[in-house]
Design a protein around this ligand. Structure first.
Ligand code: NAP
Length: 293
């Protein structure tokens, strides 16, 4: 297939591109050269590339930035998807939209399945739900893949930040590390997500999918696993609640996803703790206790 991949410089796009390129002709686009909010440009690009498949991994992912400028968030994450869906329709391409666990309100008591009712509580989640709406309503041959708490070797993300802060504690530059216990989700390694997506696009079984590493964790448990796996388990970790610090966006408190639909097709991601171990090895984090990994 000829695949048009948006956001190919992002965490997911960067990982997906070489995997897709094993079996497909892939054209990657990203800012600043290509802006998905420019409908004329997206339609012209589709006419020029004539993709069989458009995979949208571009998004405004700065959740606090979305809270500060919700209109901009809607333009990128809502109308940007509208533009790409119209571009897909114009050339008869299949479509995949990458979405988020933040379309849910986080008041559940068990992980959200694919058909649970969406009720986002922040600007990022509302804008991503707008994107889902366009993909579902403008196209019949569309996948929506929701994921959560993505991290990659390349990119700014929670694991790199936690390990940086832990090293500051070890170097005596800060006394301890505080992490919230009341935000729960699924830490998901982009390598595993990208492999699952590559399998999913071969099925032509359109619909909504939840692709996350298996299991559920609080931010605190995620941080604890990162420290322990990288040999930094001696760094003191203080449990706090989200009320303890101010931020522009409010995350849904309990919004882990469960994979039902893709599992029925035989597509599952490994448990999140195994993925954390793979990430620590792939990123080449050195143990602070001097032992080999
Ligand atoms: N990161 C997470 O924890 C997480 C969790 C759940 C779901 N998701 C979803 O997963 C997908 C991939 O996320 P990611 O972590 O790979 O994001 P990322 O690293 O922020 O990559 C997104 C890419 O899209 C680009 N982009 C932003 N606005 C654009 C526009 N108007 N036109 C073209 N490109 C644009 C970004 O460019 P700039 O960097 O220049 O802005 C960036 O290169 C997104 O749909 C995201 O909503 C992410």
């Amino acid at each position: 297939m000829r695949i048009l991949l948006t956001g190919h410089l992002g965490q997911l796009g960067r990982t997906l591109l070489p995997l897709l390129a094993r079996n497909h002709a892939v054209e990657g686009i990203d800012l600043p050269a290509h802006d998905i909010t420019d409908r004329t440009a997206m339609l012209a690009l589709a006419a020029q590339v004539h993709p069989d498949f458009i995979l949208n991994s571009a998004a405004m992912t700065n959740v606090d930035g979305c809270a500060r400028d919700p209109e901009l968030a809607y333009r990128a994450n809502g109308m940007g998807v509208q533009n790409l869906a119209l571009a897909a329709a114009s050339v008869g391409a299949e479509f995949m939209q990458i979405s988020t666990n933040e379309v849910f309100d986080g008041t559940a008591t068990e992980p959200y399945h694919e058909w649970a009712s969406c009720r986002p509580i922040n600007a990022y989640g509302r804008s991503k739900l707008a994107g889902e709406w366009y993909a579902q309503h403008l196209l019949t041959r569309a996948y929506i893949v929701r994921t959560a708490w993505l991290y990659a070797v390349e990119g700014r993300n929670f694991p790199h930040r936690m390990l940086e802060l832990a090293d500051e504690v070890l170097a005596g530059k800060r006394s301890s590390l505080s992490v919230v216990t009341d935000e729960v989700g699924n830490p998901t390694y982009v390598v595993d997500l990208a492999e699952a997506i590559v399998k999913l696009i071969d099925t032509h079984a359109y619909g909504i999918y939840h692709l996350v590493n298996e299991g559920v964790a609080s931010r605190f448990e995620f941080a604890q696993a990162l420290l322990e796996t990288s040999g930094r388990g001696n760094v003191p970790l203080t449990p706090i609640t989200s009320g303890a610090f101010q931020r522009a966006s409010t995350p849904p408190p309990y919004a882990p996803l469960t994979n039902t639909a893709a599992a029925a097709l035989g597509i599952r991601l490994r448990p999140w703790r195994d993925a954390v171990a793979a990430f620590i090895a792939d990123a080449g984090y050195r143990r602070s206790d001097g032992e080999g990994l």
